[in-house]
Ligand binder design. Structure first.
Ligand SMILES: Nc1nc2c(ncn2[C@@H]2O[C@H](COP(=O)(O)OP(=O)(O)OP(=O)(O)O)[C@@H](O)[C@H]2O)c(=O)[nH]1
Length: 646
């Protein structure tokens, strides 16, 4: 019996789901509209199925199925067949500025939706397969939720609150419908579902393992990109630093101020070799800038009298140490760092001969660095100094939340170099194996479910048939037994179990005509008094005892004893002559007497009188019986307890 209170609930939930996704489509971003439309179609086809409009339901679910299959293919097809960029271009066709990963829901959500769209499409009796689909769908949604909580980098679920609500409502409606519809299928389904669910759980565990491995690899890629970049930057700076040091020391041998021409020539060589050097200057012992060569003519010289510069020069002249003077703006857009090198060793009392300053353009330095990196589009590189962003590759793509930072030293300044992979790159790097494994595992679970379900059903049907057969066989046997009993009763006397008169007549007539024989009529003497005195039960007992005693000698002679009626018995001895009949009759009379059954009339033991007749050419049983009866009568007349021939 369906639960009347639950009958309308799935329909209501289905309508609410459609309403929720409708709101999403109206107010949501175009980014969500692809998934939103797919979900709306699924909701609609489920609703139509509930309203028993099966054909329309099937039709409306087809576009949703196509979309979901496309999503699934994008997860599982190897890169060598269809690469990430091809998929990305395909999804670019959807209106609005959407990235592939923003349009496509996660594999778990995609498969959940696929499971929801299957019942109206494929199965004539969806309630048979739907229990598994529904349970797996719930399981997938839960896994998605857990995944979301556990990982730093995650593929988006693709769900917004309204679409999440829609999915939840659709699943709930299906679950309630199932609960209502299962009825007699519940038992085989429970077993099949248990087997299949085990397969699903194993699949999900393996998928989870594979997925985390893959995520680790993807993250590792971004991490190693950061390492490579900082190493490369370190190497580049070391080379440049060496060159700058050698340049500074080369002026040791030049007495006094370097000649303008020579300074010019040698500085130009440095500027040519190192494009990030903006200008090279010479400070004399009095810390005045005496020589400057700039890359760009007419450019304003770098600052010479700021606290940072003074401090840097103090280092150079005071301790003969290389130093740097913070970050400064050469002009509005260009940021530089000043690196100061001593020409010779000086001291507090006697400063060195001078210092060489190199002003490096940070943007040029980092651009050079970027040029050494492959696939710079896939990462955002940022460089910070004292929390201040100095440089960024300015990638406009959506970025992953993961940043990998390293420390790089320039002069005595520390820079933080960070790499941040783009979502495009991370998606392109994700292997299709976990999704493939998930899909194969679920397909296997589905097959297992079907096989187990039909096996169970056949088994229960088979045992039903076996039971019905057994019942039928028992019934037939009972009928045969009843029939035999009826037949037996038609030919026998129930009390003494002896053949009755009818059977006797047939039997005796048959044998009499071919072989002759003798008839014996046996009558219990004064039987009425037994009944009257002891009651009918004792009378019945006497009848049984006499029958038992009389049948033995008759049957031993190949004859038949029957109850003739009342307390009278008749026997036929085939082929018997008078002697044999007399012998047999006498034996019966004697043995009855020996039973020692109390006879109330005489006060002695029970007795019988027997009259007998032989065929002697007479072949009519009736006549023989009549003759025997006459003899019996005479026996009674003669005083009973005796045998009497005719
Ligand atoms: N208990 C019992 N009594 C039976 C059955 N059939 C007949 N009788 C009784 O047998 C008695 C026969 O009595 P009668 O025909 O007067 O003969 P009898 O008393 O044996 O006297 P004689 O034959 O002249 O010696 C009757 O009282 C019947 O009721 C039976 O199946 N069971």
């Amino acid at each position: 019996m369906p639960h009347p209170d639950l009958r309308r609930l799935p329909l209501l939930l289905n309508l609410l789901a459609l309403l929720s996704i409708g709101v999403e489509l109206i107010i949501g971003s175009s980014q969500q509209s692809l998934l939103g439309s797919t979900m709306a179609l699924i909701g609609l086809s489920l609703l139509l199925r509930r309203m028993k409009m099966y054909r329309v339901a099937r039709l409306s679910s087809l576009p949703a199925l196509a979309m979901l299959v496309l999503f699934v293919l994008s997860f599982i097809l190897p890169d060598s067949w269809i690469g990430y960029s091809t998929w990305a271009h395909l999804f670019d066709l959807w209106p609005g500025e959407n990235a592939f990963y923003a349009l496509r829901p996660s594999i778990l959500i995609t498969l959940t939706l696929l499971l929801l769209v299957l019942p109206p499409l494929l199965f004539r009796r969806p309630h048979l397969i739907a229990p598994l689909l529904c349970t797996v769908a719930v399981l997938l949604s839960l896994t998605q939720l857990l995944e979301q909580l556990h990982f730093d980098f995650n593929e988006d679920t693709g769900l917004t609150p309204p679409s999440g609500l829609t999915l939840g409502l659709l699943l709930l409606a299906e679950a309630i419908d199932l609960h209502r519809q299962l009825g007699r299928h519940r038992r085989p389904i429970r077993l099949a579902k248990a087997g299949a669910l085990l397969a699903v759980i194993i699949t999900l565990t393996l998928w989870h393992f594979q997925n985390s491995q893959n995520l680790y690899q993807v993250n590792h890629l971004a991490l190693s990109a950061g390492d490579t970049l900082s190493e490369s930057m370190g190497r580049m700076l070391a080379v440049q630093n060496g060159a700058m040091q050698r340049f500074s020391q080369s002026w040791q041998s030049t007495p006094g101020l370097p000649g303008q021409t020579e300074w010019q020539q040698r500085s130009q060589l440095m500027l040519r070799d190192f494009p990030d050097i903006e200008s090279i200057g010479w400070f004399d012992r009095e810390r005045r800038l005496r020589r400057v060569v700039s890359r760009h003519a007419g450019e304003s010289p770098p600052p010479t009298d700021t606290p940072a510069v003074r401090e840097a020069l103090q280092q150079v002249f005071g301790y003969g140490q290389q130093s740097s003077a913070g970050i400064f703006d050469v002009h509005a857009t260009e940021r530089s760092i000043g690196l100061y090198f001593p020409i010779d060793e000086g001291s507090e009392e006697r400063p060195g001969r001078g210092a060489v300053v190199f002003n490096l353009s940070l943007s040029e330095l980092f651009h050079q660095l970027g040029a050494r990196m492959t696939a710079t589009d896939d990462f955002l590189f940022t460089i910070h100094h004292d929390q201040q962003g100095l440089f960024s590759t300015g990638n406009g793509h959506r970025l992953s939340e993961d940043r990998y930072c390293n420390l790089v030293t320039l002069g005595d300044s520390n820079f933080t170099l960070c790499t941040q992979p783009t979502m495009d790159r991370l998606f392109a790097e994700r292997a299709s194996l976990p999704a493939l494994l998930l899909l194969t595992g679920l397909a296997f679970a589905l097959m297992l479910y079907l096989v187990m379900y039909y096996h169970q059903r056949l088994r229960s049907k088979h045992s039903g048939v076996v039971n019905a057969n057994r019942r039928l066989r028992n019934e037939v046997e009972a009928r045969i037994a009843l029939q035999a009993e009826v037949e037996w009763l038609a030919r026998h006397d129930e009390l003494t179990q002896l053949p009755n008169r009818r059977y006797f007549m047939e039997w005796a007539t048959e044998r009499l005509s071919s072989h002759g024989g003798a008839v014996l009529l046996i009558d219990i003497d004064h039987f009425k008094t037994v009944n009257d005195h002891f009651g009918h039960a004792r009378g019945d007992h006497y009848l049984k005892c006499v029958a038992e005693v009389a049948r033995r000698p008759i049957e031993a002679s190949g004859g038949l004893l029957a109850r003739y009626g009342g307390e009278e018995f008749v026997a036929f001895l085939p082929e018997a002559e008078e002697d044999e009949a007399a012998l047999c009759a006498e034996r019966i009379r004697r043995e009855v007497n020996l039973l020692e059954l109390e006879q109330p009339h005489t006060g002695g033991w029970l007795t019988v009188s027997i009259g007998f007749d032989c065929a002697d050419g007479l072949f009519d049983i009736e006549e023989l019986i009549d003759d025997a009866d006459m003899a019996l009568y005479r026996a009674k007349q003669a005083g009973r307890d005796r045998i009497m021939p005719t």
